[in-house]
Ligand binder design. Structure first.
Ligand code: CP
Length: 378
């Protein structure tokens, strides 16, 4: 007769059941991961349908989803929305549009303006909002995966807006969500260092407003850390929607634009050149798009090894650039634009961040199909 008592047998049995369940879960996870890896390899142009419903964007994940017609439409909706909400009656109308909806802002990478502009965009449309900005106070601290966290949000809300440090995680979330019985749309508020589509949307809206709707034929200089800046990557993709655009990529060679974007430009016959001569590059630009060094992506302190002082805009440059050019920056800035530039009428970056709120509200209204109500409002 063995010495094992009944309670020990129970523990062994539970352990076997638990381990069996865990093995089953692990093999399921492995097969989902395999499917995801296969999906990730599909060219973006071929998988856009997966993120659309009834002929319109459902999950906004890539700048490549934004074609010229959609952009022009969103600009109109944003223009009307900002105009009508100047008075109480118009604001009351806007607040009623989506007052039956709730959204989750899952921003687990630092953000000020993308977070705040989306938060306020939701509030303009009457959407109630919840947020997680730090996984150290969510159940991820207890071992919940980000994938399960996103699934949980969808139990409570109608829309998820997210920024995440993991490459492609926002796309993966939307892919997983679309396999569930209760999917909700996902908007990418910045994913890894690959894409920031709604930043590109507000950037192009700023160009549209600054140039009275005439974006075709403009020369845009993008300056700074072009290698790791997701805003310049996403904005470059949008250039295919406009005619006779010219891009000037100005950066130290260590932070030059990546080959995939240059190949994209070649494929779409978009004219560009690369230079490390800042003063020469900005001289012919209609828009100068400054960016900061993205040292959060450093692996071995490589940012400190590059001198970026020659890629900063200050008061001395103001009489060397075109009189009708504009100066943009996705912000936050460091030393790449000195404060003395702020009062120049060509400095557009504070308006740019405000434009983000309106055009993001327009995008949300479009995803949920109340954009036409805004255009019809008298
Ligand atoms: N432009 C931008 O993404 O700013 P935040 O990081 O402050 O959101």
């Amino acid at each position: 007769m063995s010495n094992i008592n009944l309670s020990e047998i129970k523990v062994i049995k539970i352990d076997i059941i638990f381990k069996g369940g865990l093995m089953e879960r692990n093999s399921l996870m492995k097969s989902v991961e395999k499917d995801w890896e296969k999906f990730l390899l599909i060219p973006i142009s071929e998988k856009l349908q997966y993120f659309s419903r009834d002929g319109r964007i459902y999950d906004c994940l890539f700048a490549q989803q934004l074609d010229r017609d959609i952009l022009t439409h969103l600009f109109k909706v944003a223009d009307v929305l900002r105009k009508i909400t100047k008075n109480k009656e118009g604001m009351r109308f806007a607040n009623g549009l989506m007052s039956h909806k709730r959204s989750m802002l899952y921003f687990v990478q630092p953000s000020t303006r993308t977070f705040l502009s989306f938060l306020n965009a939701c509030h303009i449309l009457g959407i109630k909002t919840g947020e997680i900005r730090d996984t150290s106070i969510s159940s991820e601290l207890k071992g919940e995966t980000p994938e399960d966290s996103v699934r949980t949000f969808s139990s409570y809300v109608d829309l998820i807006i997210m920024r995440h440090p993991l490459p492609n995680f926002v796309e993966k979330s939307a892919w997983l969500m679309n396999k569930t019985k209760r999917p909700v749309p996902i908007i990418n508020g910045g994913s890894g260092k690959d894409q920031h589509p709604t930043q590109a949307l507000l950037d192009i809206y700023t160009l549209y407003r600054s140039f009275n709707g005439e974006i075709d034929g403009k020369t845009i200089a993008m300056v700074g850390d072009l290698k790791r800046g997701r805003t310049v990557r996403s904005l470059s993709y949008l250039m295919k929607n406009y005619r006779n655009m010219k891009l000037i990529y100005i950066s130290p060679k260590e932070f030059a634009m990546e080959k995939d974007i240059l190949d994209f430009l070649k494929r779409h016959n978009i004219s560009y050149y690369e230079t490390d001569n800042f003063e020469e590059g900005i001289r012919e630009a209609d828009a100068i798009y400054m960016t900061r060094i993205q040292d959060e992506h450093d692996k071995n302190g490589e940012s400190n090894k590059v001198d970026i002082s020659a890629f900063c805009l200050n008061g001395n440059h103001l009489n060397k650039i075109k009189k009708d050019s504009i100066i943009m920056h996705p912000l936050p800035r460091r030393q790449e634009i000195s404060v003395e530039v702020d009062d120049d009428p060509r400095a557009m970056y504070w308006r740019q961040e405000r434009n983000g709120m309106w055009v993001r509200a327009a995008l949300i209204s479009y995803i949920f199909g109340c954009d036409e109500d805004i255009l019809k409002y008298k």
